[in-house]
Design a protein around this ligand. Structure first.
Ligand SMILES: *Cc1c(COP(=O)(O)O)cnc(C)c1O
Length: 814
C-alpha cells in the first residue's frame, strides 16, 4: 500500500517504530537522550525511508518505458529547507505531528535544525528550486542538474550599521537529503592543448593533450512530487581530486607538492557560490564552474542514454536540456564534443541532434549581465571547446551570409565570437531549438531589442514562459492557515490545481471569508512583529500598514527610491504642519548586496541610518518605523511574504525580467505597489487597477530615453523640489554622509530614473494609504489578489514548458 492511502493512526504507529529504531541505529541511544539536531536528523532519515522505494520505481519506470527526460541545468538552486515541503508532498505531516506529540516533541522546534540550502543568489536560483518541485508534482520525467557548493550565498550580518559577509558553511553538520553516488562519477578535462590530427586515411581526429582531469562526483537529492509517488532527482556535482594517492611513499617532494597543489585547485572548483546577482562575474573560476557541471551533466546523461540505446541518433527525441540563463550555455559545445570525440559522430549529425536537444531561457536584458568571456581565457581553459565553438560559428556565419548576402551588420550582430569575446547568449540561441523569456513584457523586449537580430533570423525559436512560484512552499507551507481558509471554500482540490483558485472570486464580497483572511493576515503580522522585536529590538504596531521590499539589493530594483521616499515623508511629518499620516506605516527592507557592489552597500547603510533616526524619534509618535531584516533568504521569506500588506515592486520599467517575489506577495494577499515591469504587468492584468497601484514610466519610455537620450539628472534636481530636498539630506548630515549616493545619482545621470519617477512614487504611496484606510475594501482587494494568483503557480509555468518546449507528458508511477 502506498503512503498516500494509509490512515493516520496506522501511519502514526509505523512512523513511531521507524523513528525509535532509526534513532537507536544512528546514535545507539534512546530518544530521550537525543538533542534537537539529532532528533531532526533522525526524522529526516525516516522521511527518506518513505521516498527511497518510489525513487527507485520512478527511475526504473522512466528507463523501462524509454520516457523522454528533461534536465534543467542551472548554476544555482536556492532550495531553502526541505523538511516541511517534503512532509507536505508525502502527505506525512499530520501523522508525523501526531506521533511527535505523543513523544512530547514539537515539530515546529525542529525545522530550524535544518541548514537553509542557499545554493543561489536570488530569483534565478529560487526559480530553479520552484521548477524542480513542480516538475515532480506534475509527475513529469524531469530533473535538476547543478553544483554542490561547499559554501552557499554568504550570511549577511549587520555590524556598525553596515553589511558584513560571513561564509555560509551550510554543510557543517551534513545535509540530510543528499546521497553521494561515487560509482556515477565522471571525469572532466580542463586546460592543455587541442588540435586536429590528420589520419593516414585522410580523416581527422581531435586530440586533447596535457589536460588536467577532475573527478565530478554526483550528490543526488530526491525531489518528491505532491502526493503522487514521483520522485525525481536533483543532481548536484562536487569536484574531487581523482588521482590515486596510494603511491604516496614512492613520490619525491616535488611530486608531493605538485599533487597537493592539484588537490587544492580541484577543491576550489565547487567551494564557493559567486555572490553576484545579475552582473557578469568575469572570474576564471566561475568559467571553470560552468564547464565543470555542464560537462559532468552532459556526460552522465549521454552515458545513461547509451545504457538502453544502440546509437545516439534518436537522442533528441528522448532528451531535452533546458538551460537556465547562459551559465550552462557551454552545453551546446559539450554535447558536440561528446558526440564527435567520444562517440565518433559526424559533425552534421552531431549538430542536428545538439540543436534539437538544447532549449534556452533568457533572464536578463541588463547589458552588463549578458555573459561574455575573454576568448584567450576560454581557449586556455577549454581548448577543445573553443575549437568547437569556432567551428560552430564559422558554419553559422557561412549560412547567414548565403541567406543575407552583403549584410555585414547582421553578421557582426549574430557572431558568437566578436572582438575577442565569446558571447554566451549568442551561442545559446544558435545551438538551441527554443529561446524563451520569463514574462510577456520581457519576451517582447527580447524580440524587439536585446535579441532582435536573432529574432529576425530564427523567429520560430522565440516564445514566452511567464515565471511562477511553487504554491506548496510559498502558501501551503509558509502560510498554512491561509491554505485552510481556501480549503473551506474549495475543498483541498485547489492544492493540486491552482486554476481552481479563480472560484474564490465569488466570495470576495463575503464578510465571513474576508474576516478569515483578515485573521490570518493579522496572525502573520503579529509573528513578524515578534521576530522584529527579538531581532531588531524595534517595537511595531500590528495595525500599522506593513510595506515590504525584500529582494537582492540592486540599483535597478530601486531600494534607493524607496528609502528616499521615507526620508521625504519623515521630513514632511516633521516640518509641514498640514501633513498628516492617517495610518502608521512600517517599512521593511531585506536583501543582500554583492560584497563588491559599492552602491548597493551604501544603500543598505542609508536604510540603516534612516531607520536609526526615525525609529528613535518620539516626536513622530511611531507613525513611521523602518526595519531592515538581516540575512534575507528563503526561510526568512517564508515569514515575511505572508505578513505583508503592500508589496513593493518598483524596478525601472523594462529592467526586471519577471520577478517572482511579486507573485509570492500576491498569493499571500498583499497589494502590489509597482511599475509596469516584468510580471507586474500580468499581475495588473489579473487584478485590475482597483487591486494594485501602478505608477511611473512605462518600458517604451525608458527604452526610448536610453536609445535617444534627452534626460538630464541635473535638470531634474534643479526643477524638482521634492527630489532636491531629499538629495540634499544625503550630504547635509541629517543622516550622516551619503555623498556617495548623491554622486551616484548625478554622475550616472540617474541611470534608473529614480529622480524622474520620484513624484509619481510619492503619489502612489498616497493612493495606497488612502486605500488602506478603508479596511473592508482593502480586505476585498487582498481576496481578489489571492483569488487570481493561481496562474502564478510554477505548476502552470512547468505545464507550459512540458507542452510547448519539452514535448513530455506526466508519467503515472505505479
Ligand atoms: C523569491 C525570492 C527572490 C526573488 O525576489 P524578486 O523580488 O523577484 O527579486 C530572491 N530571494 C529569495 C530568498 C526569494 O525567495
Amino acid at each position: 500500500m502506498s503512503v498516500i492511502e494509509r490512515n493516520i493512526e496506522e501511519m502514526k504507529e509505523e512512523l513511531k517504530q521507524r523513528f525509535v529504531t532509526t534513532a537507536q541505529i544512528n546514535y545507539g541511544r534512546e530518544l530521550s537522550g537525543l538533542d534537537e539536531h539529532e532528533i531532526y536528523e533522525t526524522l529526516a532519515q525516516v522521511v527518506k525511508q518513505y521516498t527511497s522505494e518510489n525513487w527507485i520505481k520512478t527511475n526504473k519506470q522512466y528507463q523501462e518505458n524509454d520516457e523522454k527526460q528533461v534536465y534543467y541545468f542551472s548554476i544555482e538552486f536556492l532550495l531553502g529547507r526541505l523538511l516541511n515541503t517534503n512532509l507536505i508532498n508525502l502527505d506525512l505531516k499530520n501523522a508525523l505531528k501526531a506521533m511527535l506529540k505523543e513523544l512530547n516533541l514539537d515539530l515546529n522546534n525542529l525545522y530550524s535544525e535544518e541548514p537553509d540550502a542557499g545554493l543561489g543568489n536570488g530569483g534565478l536560483g529560487r526559480l530553479a528550486a520552484c521548477f524542480v518541485d513542480s516538475m515532480a508534482s506534475l509527475g513529469l520525467p524531469a530533473h535538476g542538474c547543478g553544483i554542490r557548493y561547499q559554501y552557499g550565498l554568504f550570511e549577511q550580518k549587520i555590524v556598525n550599521d553596515q553589511q558584513v559577509e560571513i561564509p555560509d558553511n551550510w554543510l557543517r553538520n551534513g545535509f540530510a537529503w543528499e546521497f553521494r553516488k561515487p560509482n556515477k562519477a565522471v571525469k572532466v578535462r580542463l586546460d592543455g592543448e587541442a588540435y586536429m590530427r590528420i589520419n593516414d586515411d585522410g580523416t581527422s581526429t581531435a586530440v586533447h593533450e596535457g589536460y588536467t582531469e577532475v573527478t565530478a562526483v554526483p550528490y543526488d537529492v530526491p525531489v518528491i512530487g505532491y502526493k503522487n509517488r514521483t520522485v525525481n532527482t536533483l543532481r548536484l556535482w562536487n569536484a574531487e581530486a581523482g588521482q590515486d594517492f596510494s603511491d604516496y611513499a614512492t613520490l619525491t617532494n616535488d611530486e608531493i607538492k605538485e599533487r597537493q597543489e592539484y588537490r587544492n585547485n580541484v577543491n576550489k572548483i565547487t567551494e564557493f557560490l559567486y555572490p553576484e546577482d545579475s552582473t557578469n562575474e568575469g572570474k576564471r573560476l566561475r568559467l571553470i564552474q560552468e564547464y565543470f557541471f555542464v560537462s559532468a551533466g552532459v556526460q552522465s546523461i549521454v552515458r545513461h542514454y547509451m545504457q538502453t540505446h544502440d546509437d545516439l541518433y534518436g537522442f533528441a527525441d528522448k532528451v531535452c536540456i533546458q538551460i537556465n540563463d547562459t551559465h550552462p550555455a557551454v552545453a551546446v559545445a559539450e554535447l558536440m564534443r561528446v558526440f564527435i570525440d567520444d562517440y565518433g559522430m559526424e559533425w552534421d549529425d552531431a549538430w542536428d541532434i545538439t540543436r534539437n536537444t538544447v532549449a534556452y531561457t533568457n533572464h536578463t536584458i541588463l547589458p552588463e549581465a549578458l555573459e561574455k568571456w575573454d576568448r584567450k581565457l576560454f581557449k586556455k581553459l577549454l581548448p577543445r571547446i573553443d575549437m568547437i565553438i569556432d567551428e560552430i560559428n564559422r558554419r553559422f556565419l557561412y549560412e547567414v551570409r548565403s541567406k543575407y548576402p552583403n549584410d555585414e551588420e547582421l553578421v557582426r550582430e549574430l557572431s558568437i565570437l566578436q572582438d575577442g569575446q565569446v558571447h554566451m547568449a549568442r551561442l545559446a540561441v544558435v545551438g538551441s531549438f527554443s529561446v524563451n523569456g520569463v514574462a510577456r513584457l520581457h519576451s517582447n523586449i527580447l524580440k524587439e531589442s536585446t535579441l532582435k537580430y536573432f529574432y529576425k533570423y530564427f523567429p520560430e525559436k522565440f516564445n514566452n514562459k511567464t515565471n511562477g512560484i511553487t504554491h506548496r512552499r510559498w502558501m501551503i507551507s509558509a502560510n498554512n492557515d491561509l491554505a485552510h481558509v481556501i480549503d473551506d471554500k474549495l475543498t483541498r482540490a485547489w492544492r493540486g490545481d491552482t486554476r481552481m483558485m479563480k472560484q474564490l472570486n465569488q466570495y470576495v464580497d463575503n464578510p465571513a471569508f474576508l474576516k478569515s483572511i483578515d485573521k490570518v493576515k493579522r496572525a502573520r503580522k503579529r509573528a513578524l512583529a515578534q521576530y522584529v522585536l527579538t531581532h531588531n529590538k524595534v517595537r511595531i504596531k500590528v495595525d500599522s500598514m506593513f510595506d515590504v521590499q525584500v529582494k537582492r539589493i540592486h540599483s535597478y530594483k530601486r531600494q534607493l527610491m524607496n528609502i528616499m521616499h521615507i526620508m521625504y515623508q519623515y521630513d514632511r511629518l516633521k516640518n509641514d504642519p498640514t501633513y498628516n499620516m492617517p495610518v502608521p506605516v512600517v517599512y521593511f527592507f531585506g536583501g543582500k548586496a554583492a560584497p563588491g557592489y559599492f552602491i548597493a552597500k551604501e544603500t543598505i547603510r542609508l536604510i540603516l541610518a534612516v531607520a536609526n533616526k526615525i525609529n528613535t524619534d518620539p516626536s513622530i509618535d511611531g507613525k513611521i518605523k523602518v526595519v531592515f531584516l538581516e540575512n534575507f533568504g528563503v526561510s526568512l521569506g517564508e515569514m515575511v511574504y505572508p505578513a505583508a500588506d503592500v508589496s513593493e515592486q518598483i524596478s525601472t520599467a523594462s529592467k526586471e525580467a519577471s520577478g517572482t517575489g511579486n507573485m509570492k506577495f500576491m498569493m499571500n494577499g498583499a497589494i502590489t505597489l509597482g511599475t509596469m515591469d516584468g510580471a507586474n504587468v500580468e499581475i495588473h492584468e489579473q487584478v485590475g487597477d482597483d487591486n494594485c497601484v501602478i505608477f511611473g514610466m512605462r518600458s517604451e519610455e525608458v527604452i526610448n530615453l536610453y536609445e535617444h537620450g534627452g534626460y538630464s539628472a541635473w535638470d531634474e534636481y534643479n526643477t524638482n523640489a521634492n527630489v532636491r530636498k531629499v538629495m540634499n539630506q544625503m550630504t547635509d548630515g541629517t543622516y550622516g554622509n551619503f555623498q556617495s549616493l548623491f554622486d551616484y545619482l548625478v554622475n550616472s545621470n540617474d541611470e534608473f530614473f529614480i529622480m524622474k519617477d520620484f513624484n509619481a512614487y510619492i503619489e502612489a504611496h498616497e493612493e495606497i494609504v488612502r486605500r488602506y484606510q478603508n479596511h473592508n475594501a482593502w480586505l476585498r482587494s487582498c481576496a481578489v489578489n489571492i483569488a487570481n494568483s493561481g496562474i502564478f503557480s510554477s505548476d502552470r509555468t512547468i505545464a507550459e514548458y512540458a507542452e510547448d518546449i519539452w514535448n513530455i507528458k506526466p508519467v503515472d508511477i505505479k
